[in-house]
Ligand binder design. Sequence first.
Ligand code: C2E
Ligand code: CA
Ligand code: CA
Ligand code: CA
Length: 271
Amino acid sequence: AKAAGRNALRFFQPDMQEVVTVRSALEADLRKALREGQFALFYQPQVGAEGQLTGVEALVRWHHPERGLIAPNEFIPLAEETGLILSLGLWVLETACARLAIWGGDSGKAHLTMAVNVSARQFHHQDFVDQVLATLEHTGANPQRLKLELTESLFLTDVEDTIVKMTALKDAGVSFSLDDFGTGYSSLSYLKRLPLDQLKIDQSFIRDVLTDPNDATIARTIVALGHSMGLAVIAEGVETEAQREFLASHNCQAFQGYLFGKAEPPERIPH
Ligand code: C2E
Ligand code: CA
Ligand code: CA
Ligand code: CA
């Protein structure tokens, strides 16, 4: 077994080396991208029961000089591991709040909300609350229009600290949505204790909601659970009118997905 282990190691090592090299190249690229302003924020519409635009979710994109447009799933995990998410997250917050402030001065857009994704590492940083408050202050964005999207992974560590931070931001007018709901470590006792405003049904339950009875049950149950706790519920990944209709018939009143629009640069957001 030992010999096999050594052999396995010998065969495995070159690959590992390659992985490490690609990773550190990407890490260096990420640092450079932050310095050189290669990131962009795109905005995806969120709509209400009548199909009216109620707000957007800010989604980060990387304009890589050689590789072109890179989706966040390719670099957010590395940014989280390396701590670069702290600078990137701050840039996202700044950019989204600056956009909110611009919309605030436009009578056609002043009502729109801006949902911003916050990674667990960013949220748990000791300066997070102060950074959000300072950003709202110096951009002039209306805190009532800012919605922070958290994931359940956040509640794995220090629930007390999480509640303190959320409460401080809520006191300033900021609201909270629980992203990817149902995919993570869902504990119903957290739902009761956390000052949330909205649950976001994960798109994995929406995709086959018309054909998979389990997904349909989960989606319906999340809507009922959210409403019974006084929370708004939004479905993400809605791609067809039939999905929207099914969800609406089960009382879901907010939607996001390709049916209404993909994430696009800010000038493409209609009134
Ligand atoms: P997410 O927060 O769950 O965002 C939803 C993802 O689903 C987005 O992918 C969006 O473009 C995509 N999507 C929206 N509608 C549909 C649809 O109808 N069908 C399908 N198949 N997909 C749809 P995107 O932009 O590639 O972002 C992926 C993930 O990267 C996000 O998932 C989020 O976890 C993370 N992310 C994006 N921007 C940020 C950011 O600024 N900060 C942090 N921490 N994470 C971010
Ligand atoms: Ca999100
Ligand atoms: Ca999501
Ligand atoms: Ca997701």
